[in-house]
Write a protein that binds this ligand. Structure first.
Ligand code: COA
Ligand code: AMP
Length: 640
């Protein structure tokens, strides 16, 4: 692939250079696409640097911008949300006018439960439109939502309840996975039991697949409450007020509460739709993810609606609901212009239908581009997707913290040449630099820590919920004046970014971000385990899969298979099925440095069958031989 010499002076470069040279001018122009109740005093408020604030002094309402103004501007009859649910066999279309009514009514329900500006509401819902309605209803009255992914356990939900201290929890009675119904309500009851903070009320959406028992006095039935409620109006809030908290894995078992503000978020989301995704209002944008993840927040709910698009809430999988043609069916049926999903979804489709035979049954001519994110995209998957779909396939890199892409091929600005394995170039607003251990920028082609020079653009996290200190320590302390992304990689001579790996203990399983430290804490809590390590091992479908290595306490003598079963069940119980933790091996010792640090990276190389250098600081090299033998006997070490 050629470099970008033909693009010098092109629209990407012009926008990028301007965004760094004149961020206030750049973002105040972008802010014209948003309705404000009061304009800002300062576009970029650096009075408390390194904590920056965008549009301080301004007021707006995110729900008004995502819903009401489109109705006022003539989009009332346009589809806002299409709920496409192969697991229930239903498709429902909700217009902007209907969405306004549903959201206003549900905002009325929350208001009647005394939820006011700044109060938190936890949303624990499957992929149903009511999840978006609940989020928008919170935004409407200035409450702060925190959506928790349905694949997490009661204990994880309890941790989030204790951190966010919600007044109300909104939940579905059940989720529907292809192989089973997942009753959410018992998990919720269990979580509230475990949590020290007790929400005053729960509003339960009863689904016919499995209804839930309600606790009189505490629980309300969604349908009844909404029917009885008076609609609530949009309340202007400060641009800098939190819109939501989204918990994401850190390196410890305690998740980080990423905060998103209202004003910067609305500006960044709206700007990204046209400039990154190349989508116009009125078009259909489909993000095949889950509302519980950041991709779902940004590109199922907020960005498409802020931009006046139709968004699809898809309650199904890429394969098995009913087959590997599911995505093509949705694209044809709803005339999807742009699809966004994780590479793992395409790996699953390719595994089941390597010649893409299902594709021939559908007309996917409405599709203009495919965007992939959530994990490193292997070149094979990227190229296969491009070959079968014959549209640009854009790998773009971002994280829960930023809320939108740090590096991408911004199709709405100009189409840069694609280089497989790279999410292309930094997006306007992000001053991406790769620093070495000596704090100096490394030469092109050399790996270092990928950092972003402060300030981060609008839409990125201003802090962690209730924890400025953890925000500072986790992201700002590594290098003064920079944000630490947590990813390592390099930039090439053309300024393309290559994101290679995490520098911490976070792994990515099927596009889901998980903490190996959190899994280790669960294993270490088993009475027979003396010490343990969890590593992510490359997997052809899910990108990575966790593998536990445990050392037993002296005197413990029991069949390994029994113990492994217990440990697998314990992680599923305490973290959730989404951890996909299914493999444990017993070893006599773990390899460590002389200072006692477990050599997880070295074990990962051995398990994946990739080259590694014997760490100079290893305490006892002989132990690696035992690890190698154990992994080989379990079928690892040959690469995957
Ligand atoms: N509620 C309850 N359980 C859930 C769940 C939810 N919302 N989502 C997933 N789970 C469960 C699954 O049923 C599975 O349970 P199991 O161990 O009993 O089989 C487990 O969590 C692991 O789920 P997942 O890793 O998603 O694997 P899968 O085998 O169900 O599906 C893919 C594999 C590739 C098809 C799937 O991961 C996928 O569609 N990914 C799309 C990409 C995506 O959504 N990425 C998110 C960030 S962009
Ligand atoms: P999450 O916060 O769940 O979105 O996960 C963010 C992390 O996923 C990033 O820090 C990366 O490690 C990884 N990631 C996301 N997108 C990409 C990508 N396009 N290429 C490489 N890694 C990615």
């Amino acid at each position: 692939m050629s470099g970008d010499s033909t693009n010098k002076g092109g629209a990407w470069r012009t926008a990028y250079e301007r965004s760094l040279a004149d961020p206030e001018g750049f973002w105040s122009e972008a802010a014209a696409a948003v309705d404000w109740d009061r304009t800002w005093d300062r576009v970029l408020d650096d009075s408390n640097a390194p904590f920056y604030r965008w549009f301080s002094g301004a007021e707006l309402n995110t729900c008004h911008n995502a819903v009401d103004r489109h109705v006022a501007n003539g989009r009332g009859e346009q589809a806002a949300i299409i709920h496409d649910s192969p697991v229930t066999g239903r498709v429902e279309t909700i217009t902007y006018a209907e969405l306004q009514d549903r959201v206003a009514r549900f905002a009325g329900v929350l208001r009647d439960l005394d939820v006011a500006k700044g109060d938190r509401v936890i949303v624990y819902m499957p992929m149903v439109p009511e999840a978006a309605v609940a989020m928008l209803a919170c935004a409407r009255i200035g409450a702060i939502h925190s959506v928790v992914f349905g694949g997490f356990s009661a204990r994880e939900l309890a941790t989030r309840i204790d951190d966010a201290k919600p007044k109300v929890v909104v939940a579905g009675s059940c989720g529907i996975e292809p192989n089973r119904i997942v009753p959410y309500k018992p998990l919720l009851d269990d979580a509230i039991e475990q949590a020290s903070h007790k929400p005053e009320h729960c509003v339960i959406l009863q689904r016919e697949q499995q209804t839930a028992e309600l606790i009189p006095g505490r629980d309300l039935d969604w349908a009844q409450a909404a029917a009885a409620a008076e609609p609530a109006d949009c309340l202007p809030v400060a641009a800098t007020d939190p819109l939501y908290i989204l918990y994401t894995s850190g390196t410890t078992g305690q998740p980080k509460g990423v905060v998103r503000d209202n004003g910067g978020h609305a500006v960044a989301m709206t700007w990204s739709m046209r400039n990154i995704y190349g989508v116009e209002p009125g078009e259909v944008f489909w993000s095949a993810s889950d509302v519980g993840w950041v991709v779902g927040h940004s590109y199922i709910v907020y960005a498409p609606l802020l931009h006046g698009c139709t968004t699809i809430i898809y309650e199904g999988k890429p394969v098995g609901t009913p087959d590997a043609g599911a995505f093509w069916r949705v694209i044809e049926q709803h005339k999807v212009a742009v699809l966004f999903t994780a590479p793992t979804a395409f790996r699953a489709i390719k595994r089941d239908d390597p010649n893409a035979e299902h594709l021939g049954r559908y007309d996917t001519s409405s599709l203009r581009a495919l965007f992939l994110a959530g994990e490193r995209c292997d070149p094979n998957t990227l190229e296969w997707a491009g070959e079968i779909l014959r549209v640009p396939v854009v790998d773009h890199w971002w994280q829960t913290e930023t809320g939108w892409a740090i590096a991408a091929n911004c199709l709405g600005l100009e189409v840069l040449p694609i280089k497989s394995g790279s999410p292309t170039k930094p997006v306007p607003g992000y001053d991406v630099q790769v620093l070495g251990d000596d704090s100096e920028p490394v030469a092109p082609g050399n790996i270092g820590r990928i950092m972003i020079k402060l300030p981060l653009p609008p839409g990125c996290l201003p802090t962690l919920w209730g924890n400025d200190e953890r925000f500072r320590a986790s992201y700002l302390a590594a290098e003064s004046g920079y944000y630490l992304s947590g990813d390592a990689g390099y930039m090439d001579d053309d300024g393309y970014v290559f994101v290679m790996s995490r520098i911490d203990d976070i792994i990515n399983v099927a596009g889901h971000r998980l903490s190996t430290g959190g899994m280790e804490a669960v294993l270490a809590g088993h009475p027979d385990v003396a010490e343990c390590a969890v590593i992510g091992v490359a997997d052809q479908l899910k990108g990575e899969l966790p593998l536990g290595l445990v050392v037993l306490k002296a005197g413990v003598d029991r069949p390994e298979a029994d113990l492994a079963k217990e440990l697998v069940a314990k992680v599923r119980q305490e973290i959730g099925p989404v951890a996909a933790f299914k493999s444990v091996l017993v070893v006599s010792r773990l390899p460590k440095t002389r200072s006692g640090k477990i050599l997880r990276g070295t074990m990962k190389h051995i398990a994946e069958g990739t080259e590694y250098r014997m760490p100079a600081t290893i305490d006892d090299p002989a132990i690696l031989e035992e690890i190698k033998a154990t992994l080989a006997a379990a079928g690892y070490t040959h690469g995957s």
